[in-house]
Structure formats: C-alpha cells, structure tokens
Design a protein around this ligand. Structure first.
Ligand SMILES: [Zn+2]
Length: 271
C-alpha cells in the first residue's frame, strides 16, 4: 500500500475512535453510574483523541490508540490549583477489549484517583471564593473611608489571589494598597510598602481618608463648585468623559461641567 492508503486508513481509524468508540465508552460509564453527571462524548475537533465531558468541565480524555492502547487522563475543571504532590491519574487500556471493558477499567482504576483529586480542586476553589468574599468586604470598608470615586480597583491589577486599590489623594497624593488571600494583612504602598494587619491599615487609612475629605471639601469651597449627586448616565469631565459616575457624589462648575471627587477641575494648590 502507498502512503495515501495508509493515511486514509489512519484517518478513518481515528474518526471511528472519536465518533464511535469514545461515545460508546461514555454510554457504558453512564450505565455503570461511576461518574454522575456525565452527559456523553464531545466529538469536537480534537487532534489527540476524544473527550467525554460533562457540563461542569469534568470528564476523561481518551487518546488515539498507540500500539493498541488508549491512554486515558481525567479532565478537571479549569482551576489555578497547584498539582504538586497530587496525582492527576492516568491509565492505559487496550482498545481491543471493547468500550465496556474500557469503561470498567476507568471506573475501577481511574475514577477513585480522579474523585480524590477533584475533591482537592473543588476545596481549593471554595477557599478562593471565601477569600475573595473577605477581600470584597475589606474593599468596601476601605472605600467608605474616602470621598466617592477616590478609591478605584483597576481591573488589570486584580487577580484571584489579590486585590489592588488605587487611592486618589489631593493633587498628586495618594497611592496603592494591596492585600491577598483573606485580606488579613494589607500592604500600604507598592512592592516595598508598609505591611500591617488589616485592622491597623483601616485605622491608618481612616486618618488619611479624613485628610482627603477635608482637602476635597476645602478645594470645592475655594473653587465655588456646586456639590451634587451625579445624575444617571453622567460621565466625569475631569478625565475627558471616560469614567461613568452616575449616582456618585460629584461637583458642577459654573459652565455646567460635572467632575467626580477624584478629578476636581484646575491644578491642585493653584486655585
Ligand atoms: Zn473622575
């Protein structure tokens, strides 16, 4: 046979594996009930084999047979879980034994390893969610110490582990605040900042917040600005209309322009 026939035969074998064999294994696994929630095979474009996957991103990957064996590896939900010291699980089974035997081997040898590892991944994700919730509470508490809009959390500076806030002080004042995990410690300043417990940071920032409030109020008075609550749909004229400030505390100048409290008009100290 020429290479064209070899190629055509290999292509047909792969298609059969992905479109017939793997779905048959999925049906057998469902019948065994070893993997609740499994909805069947996914036969999407998959260069290395076929997938059996449920709606939550859990399942198995069956590689194209090599020397008669398919290598089966679990699929875990997308996570930043660190796999060091945790077995992901992997087995090889001869495809000549048929889909039922492959499913039984998965249930007997791979599913226990998979479920143990999956439990760790899910516990890790749950911890992350708790931490994120605690950081969210701290963020609200810190933001409340300052005038509206003077505390922002730039989206490119957030991660699933840590929160970074920018505090806009008067003029070029202000800086960054960062906390990670459950927000137990707060770093005031950037990389070489001041690390203190959250309660201490809250007190330190409360003092700074009072100063920012007083400076802001004094400057509004000096400039003769009208204090308002920005109407729905309002954008801040202090940053060229890029920032939405509807519903926030704001000021209006004599020409009707509206500014948030972090972007008051004029140059600080020169008004
Ligand atoms: Zn603004």
């Amino acid at each position: 046979m020429g290479w064209q026939e070899d190629y055509a035969r290999e292509k047909a074998e792969k298609a059969h594996f992905k479109e017939v064999f793997v779905p048959a294994v999925a049906a057998e696994l469902n019948a065994l009930g070893s993997f609740p929630g499994l909805v069947g095979a996914d036969t999407d474009v998959e260069p290395w084999g076929g997938r059996i996957i449920d709606g939550d991103g859990r399942g198995y990957y069956l590689g194209y047979p090599f020397k008669g064996k398919t290598e089966i590896t679990p699929i875990y939900p997308r996570s930043s879980f660190g796999w060091y010291k945790t077995d992901r699980g992997k087995i090889g089974v001869s495809v000549s034994r048929g889909p039922q035997a492959v499913a039984r081997e998965i249930a007997r040898r791979l599913a226990p390893v998979y479920e143990a590892a999956l439990a760790k991944v899910l516990a890790y994700e749950a911890d992350l969610a708790v931490d994120q919730g605690q950081r969210g509470v701290l963020t609200e508490k810190l933001a409340a110490l300052f005038p509206d809009n003077c505390v922002s959390a730039p989206s490119h500076s957030q991660s699933e582990y840590s929160t970074q806030l920018v505090i806009h002080g008067p003029g070029s004042g202000g800086g960054w605040v960062q906390y990670s995990g459950g927000g137990g410690d707060v770093m005031i300043g950037a990389n070489h900042g001041f690390r203190v417990p959250a309660g201490v940071a809250t007190q330190m920032l409360a003092i700074y917040g009072d100063y920012v409030r007083e400076e802001t109020a004094a400057r509004i008075a000096r400039l003769g600005l009208e204090e308002i609550t920005a109407p729905a749909g309002q954008f801040c004229d202090g940053v060229g209309g890029r920032e939405h400030i509807g519903g926030k505390q704001a000021v209006r100048d004599g020409a009707g322009r509206v500014y948030c409290l972090a972007h008051l008009p004029g140059r600080y100290g020169e008004e």
